[in-house]
Design a protein around this ligand. Structure first.
Ligand code: TMP
Length: 224
């Protein structure tokens, strides 16, 4: 039977967590489920998501900004974010798309804030400039033991490919990352949902879908 979906306004969902937590697999699964409801989805990532931001990503992950210090890295992540938000995310939301972004502000808060030890007030001033009020409505925090995540990330690498700027940090760094994301989730329960990322991908997608359906307005499907 033909189905007609009422037009929906755009919605903004982000996925966060440590290395190898399965964010991009989950993002694709959620996008596929939204699309089966007839919704337009824009699946994107940070750093990156727009041509200019992807060039900044390349420099950051190759470690070319690292010698300038954590604050310079934070500036570059936010510079990439400004272009991504302005050229891609806001226009997609205005068109009524569901935007799913693999990493966003919480990664900066944790990697550059908690781990880079940049003062929270400095970082939140930068964040405010970068996002200009565009907060995610729903953020999934994929929680996983760092040993498991790093092993997954290592399996994903092509032969001869080096670890990137952040994968090559110590296990202590990755344990603190995990706690940093959990602290954000505890502080902002209205926005954040913690998921057990050790679950099989399909079960993880089911759990995330349940949370998404209960928190965001999925369209009513009406007979044509
Ligand atoms: P990923 O796309 O493979 O997750 O790689 C992105 C890396 O960049 C990851 O190690 C987390 C890091 N990152 C930050 O340090 N700050 C940020 O604001 C973002 C978006 C990512």
């Amino acid at each position: 039977m033909a189905r007609k979906v009422r037009p929906a306004t755009g919605h903004f969902i982000t996925l966060e967590g440590g290395e190898g937590a399965g964010k991009s697999t989950l993002a694709k699964a959620l996008a596929a489920r939204l699309e089966t409801l007839g919704l337009t989805v824009d699946l994107t990532r940070e750093p990156g998501g727009s041509p200019k931001a992807e060039r900044i990503r390349e420099a950051l992950l190759a470690g070319r900004i690292k010698p300038y210090g954590a604050f310079a890295e934070a500036l570059m992540f936010q510079a990439a974010r400004i272009d991504h938000v302005d050229s891609r995310i806001r226009p997609a939301l205005r068109r009524g798309a569901w935007v799913i972004c693999d990493r966003f502000i919480d990664s900066t808060r944790v990697y550059q804030g908690t781990l880079g030890e940049i003062a929270a007030e400095k970082l939140s001033a930068l964040e405010a400039v970068a996002i200009a009020g565009l907060m995610p409505e729903l953020t999934f925090i994929l929680d996983l033991a760092p040993e498991t995540g790093l092993a997954r990330a290592a399996r994903r690498r092509r032969p001869g490919e080096a670890t990137d700027r952040f994968e090559s940090e110590t296990i202590t760094f990755h344990r603190r990352l995990r706690q940093g994301f959990l602290d954000i989730a505890a502080a902002e329960p209205q926005r954040c949902v913690v998921l057990d990322a050790s679950l099989p991908a399909e079960t993880l997608a089911d759990t995330a879908w349940e949370a998404l359906s209960s928190r965001l307005p999925l369209p009513q499907i009406a007979p044509a």
